[in-house]
Write a protein that binds this ligand. Structure first.
Ligand code: WQD
Length: 345
């Protein structure tokens, strides 16, 4: 297989998940051949046809658990030219990770290690790792730069992201054939404009925006705002809410940086956000404004583990990835509402 064709094939682990599926769409639209593996533990096989309806391409799919070493090595034996990987597959519920730490350390770290072991011996290996702003804990300064100190993780989930980055840094140091970009996501929200793919939370949503849209649709009685006594302008927590399509596009930009060998170091991290902080109340008011839906909510106790404020300094990502978030909070909330209505019909 020619080098250029080999460079255009990319494995997306967890590619039927929320961010993975939007990234698969962005990759296909950028001319990549996408192969998806997913264990379907937190995704529906229906997402595959959603990707096809958007792009006209049905990606190659394998139902596969990265923790099943035999299954994974059999897959890679059939893919001798595969060297580009975007690794999303992981468990991601912060609260659940506190209750089930071993499941999180096994699924998130054994999965990563099995993946990396199968890439050993290959040349031109490029890995994009799905990391998170949780590695910063409550950062001391806003906006948060990549130089902000890594704080002790607030949850096993956050710890698996910190350890995952350390494993990748060590592998890059040991193996000159491996290059890595870790993307530290802020808060992904919204859905593809087609409403063919979006977020599919299982059970009661833990995250703010899906809880808002389910409340607006009448599935939830009212939104509990977890604390309005924080040291912020309106007393509610501040986050950097980034449209999932902007986040997906950041992965395409990072892959191009890796393939075109534009890295300054073979292990790089980038904060991927909008650079703008929004409070919970601002999100609620924005949602009501763009949808015309009144949102019933009340103030409740603070949620343990929440940081007061987190929004990104995107200077490096903008400059080095030649990427910038282009969707507004209103765009993202409008798309989230369109998606909620679509899946309920
Ligand atoms: C945002 C704000 C809540 C729900 C987490 C993970 C992070 C990433 C994104 C995986 C907070 C408030 C929420 C509700 C509320 N996950 N809230 N009522 O906690 O910033 O980030 O999800 O990659 O790693 O840590 O996102 O959406 O849960 O909360 O008031 O019903 O909304 O207190 O201030 P969070 P979130």
């Amino acid at each position: 297989m020619s080098e250029s064709v080999k460079m255009k094939k990319v494995l997306v682990t967890g590619g039927l998940g929320y961010i993975g599926s939007h990234t698969a769409v962005a990759l296909i639209e950028s001319g990549y051949e996408v192969i998806i593996i997913d264990d379907l533990s937190n995704a529906s096989i229906e997402v595959l046809s959603g990707i096809e309806r958007i792009t006209g391409v049905l990606p190659e799919f394998h139902e596969l658990d990265l923790c099943d070493a035999h299954q994974l090595s059999s897959f890679f034996e059939r893919q001798p030219d595969l060297a580009q990987v975007i690794h999303f597959a992981a468990s991601k519920a912060v609260g659940e990770s506190v209750e089930r730490p071993l499941r999180y350390y096994e699924n998130n770290l054994v999965g990563l290690i099995n993946l990396l072991k199968n890439l050993q011996g290959r040349t031109g290996v490029s890995v994009i790792f799905s990391s998170s702003c949780t590695v910063y804990g409550q950062a001391d300064q806003m906006p948060i730069t990549e130089q902000a100190p890594i704080k002790p993780a607030e949850s096993p989930y956050g710890n698996t992201k910190q350890i995952g980055e350390e494993i990748l840094r060590d592998v890059v140091h040991a193996d000159p054939n491996v290059s890595v970009v870790a993307l530290r996501y802020f808060n992904p929200i919204g859905a593809h404009e087609s409403a063919e793919i979006g977020e599919l939370p299982i059970g009661v949503p833990q995250n703010l925006v899906p809880f808002i849209t389910q409340t607006a649709y009448g599935i939830r009685e009212r939104l509990s705002v977890f604390g309005n006594d924080y040291p912020t302008a309106d007393g509610t927590c501040i986050r950097d809410y980034i449209h999932v399509v902007d986040l997906a596009n950041a992965h395409v930009s990072a892959l191009e940086r890796l393939i075109q060998r534009k890295q300054k170091q073979r292990f790089e991290v980038f904060n991927v956000g909008t650079g703008k902080g929004s409070s919970v109340l601002e999100v609620i008011h924005s949602f009501e404004r763009v949808t015309g839906q009144a949102l019933p909510y009340h103030f409740a106790e603070r949620r343990p583990g929440d940081v007061v404020e987190a929004y990104a300094d995107t200077t490096r990502a903008n400059a080095e990835l030649n990427w910038k978030a282009v969707h507004s909070l209103d765009d993202a909330l409008r798309s989230a509402w369109m998606w909620e209505q679509k899946i309920r019909t």
